[in-house]
Design a protein. Structure first.
Length: 558
């Protein structure tokens, strides 16, 4: 947009369009290539540093060679993205005619020719191909592309509804008596308004920021409050059957002991469903499950506190044919239904049971993650070891852990306080990583927003100058621009809070099984503060440089 006058002059002296395309496309490629290289090196440095930090706690070995292909793909993503988004603007700019030098550049209405949209679509197709090639699984690439298209359609729908709403209320009697507000509303639906780019850039970045904020806040709250209140002080693994009584005596000697829970752990494989062998199934997921070893226990105590999703628990003192409950993820993978007859291979023997319940885990609060729970007594012939939990003071847990280590070296004892401390530390690093990702996304959107404000400033000054020439006061024009930015900030905030909240709450409720209640205000506060600050700075910059001089209309470009 800043080069429209230059392009018009070059065309007027005879420079052909092919040369103009070559010149400006080379400039775009140079800028895109250098900027993408800088971003790729910065992102690669962050990835390498993050891997090195995580390697202190996790078995990771950061190697520069492993980042080579991701860095090349990232650079290609940057160049293709820049070219894809630049082509429509370049085509529109190159369509300016020399006559615009006489009518005024800012008064000219220029459209993007159809062939430039075709080239844009071709670059978009290359981007899609790169996504599918870069990701290790095609299904994730397809999901990413579909989600992106849906979000773009959603953005466009919000823009069109906002424009339609602004157009509908533009003639409201209340606005007629408030000229500044009427002018601001009119600016939202007029042609060339920057609302689409503002919503696409700042709205998408704020959506990511809100979603990351809500997920991080929920995880931090769970680690800091929910889990410590419900978590046992000690967790036991590999307790043999002949050690159960001795363990009860040692743990029972703790004065602060509140509850000691022990449950059998039996390993087995699901081999048949309704008489059909899973190993011979044409469904690859079923065949894989036949090779997977399941952790089995009985219902007594319900040590993991699982919740029924389908079916009903059998009575406490049930004494009938064997029944079993299966974890929902496993059940959905295999395609199980309530009432199916399941056959398990346990220690070389077969056990048949009717599926009565499909249950869900408590996700982050789950301790042992049992895939199957049998009615009491079914697993008794196969029980050789136990797992358990003890609820007592953390200070006394240290002494109990030491005594158990001396008396039963084979028993694995874990203090949850130590795990929680490590979890908080790792989660803090993860939160910092999410903050960096969100910050980079927000910074990129703000840079786009700066360009939007800069390119729209000339047209807004031109329109404001006309209004001032017709008698509008400068204070009124300034107020209308401030109101326009405030309305856009409100729209962007509402959109990002709703979309980011839906993404975050869907992930928290249905995937992580975490309580997200009471966190809406966190996402709303982040969205309002960031959008108000960024758009407020843009409005301040525009108003500061707004100089209205009717004599500008007598010159060529204003």
């Amino acid at each position: 947009d800043a080069k429209l006058a230059t392009i018009a002059m070059l065309r007027s002296v005879g420079l052909r369009e092919a040369r103009l395309v070559a010149v400006y496309l080379c400039q775009i490629l140079l800028l895109a290539g250098s900027a993408s290289l800088a971003g790729t090196l910065a992102g690669g440095g962050l990835a390498f540093a993050g891997t090195a930090i995580a390697a202190e706690r996790l078995p990771l070995a950061p190697e520069v060679a492993q980042l080579l292909w991701p860095l090349i793909a990232a650079w290609l993503f940057g160049v293709l993205t820049a070219v894809t988004f630049a082509l429509p603007a370049l085509g529109r700019a190159l369509s300016v005619t020399p006559a615009a030098l006489f009518r005024g550049i800012n008064a000219s209405v220029i459209d993007t020719p159809a062939r430039w949209w075709r080239w844009t679509a071709a670059c978009g197709a290359l981007l899609v191909g790169l996504v599918l090639a870069a990701l290790p699984q095609t299904i994730f690439g397809v999901g990413f592309v579909v989600t992106t298209l849906l979000l773009l359609a959603l953005f466009e729908g919000v823009v069109q509804m906002s424009r339609a709403g602004a157009h509908r209320i533009a003639d409201h009697p209340y606005l007629s008596s408030h000229f500044a507000l009427k002018l601001a509303v009119a600016n939202l639906h007029q042609r060339g308004a920057p609302i689409r780019v503002m919503l696409l850039s700042l709205g998408s970045a704020l959506t990511v920021l809100v979603a990351c904020t809500l997920v991080t806040a929920a995880l931090l709250r769970t680690i800091a409050d929910t889990i410590p209140e419900r978590a046992p002080a000690l967790v036991f693994y590999d307790v043999s059957s002949d050690q159960v009584e001795a363990l009860r005596d040692i743990v029972g000697s703790a004065k602060s002991l509140d509850t000691l829970e022990l449950a059998p752990l039996v390993l087995g494989r699901l081999s048949q469903v309704n008489g059909e062998p899973l190993r011979d199934s044409f469904d690859s997921r079923r065949a894989l499950e036949a090779r997977d070893e399941h952790k089995l226990t009985h219902r007594l105590g319900n040590i993991d506190g699982v919740a029924v999703e389908r079916g009903d628990w059998w009575p406490r003192r049930y004494d009938g044919p064997p029944l079993v409950a299966m974890e929902d993820w496993e059940s959905d993978q295999i395609g199980l239904e309530i009432g199916d007859l399941l056959r398990f291979n346990i220690m070389g023997e077969t056990v048949e049971a009717k599926l009565a319940v499909i249950y869900g885990q408590r996700r982050i609060e789950t301790r042992f993650w049992f895939e199957g729970i049998f009615s009491d007594g079914v697993l008794d012939p196969y029980i050789t070891r136990y797992v358990g939990t003890a609820y007592l003071d953390h200070e006394e847990a240290v002494d109990i852990e030491t005594r158990l280590a001396q008396a039963m070296p084979n028993v694995i004892t874990v203090r949850t306080q130590r795990i929680l401390r490590e979890a908080r530390s790792m989660l803090g690093r993860a939160a910092a990583g999410l903050a960096i990702v969100s910050g980079v996304s927000l910074l990129a959107s703000l840079l786009v927003l700066v360009s939007v404000v800069a390119t729209s400033r000339a047209r807004q000054v031109y329109a404001a100058t006309i209004l001032h020439t017709l008698g509008a006061r400068v204070t009124t024009i300034r107020s209308s621009l401030a109101i326009e930015f405030a309305l856009v900030a409100l729209l962007v905030s509402v959109f990002s809070v709703v979309l980011g909240g839906v993404i975050a709450f869907g992930l928290l409720e249905y995937r992580l099984k975490l309580n997200a209640a009471g966190l809406w205000w966190t996402g709303a506060a982040v969205a309002v503060l960031v959008s108000a600050a960024s758009l407020g700075l843009g409005a301040r910059h525009l108003l500061k440089r707004l100089r209205l001089d009717p004599a500008l209309l007598l010159r060529s470009s204003g």
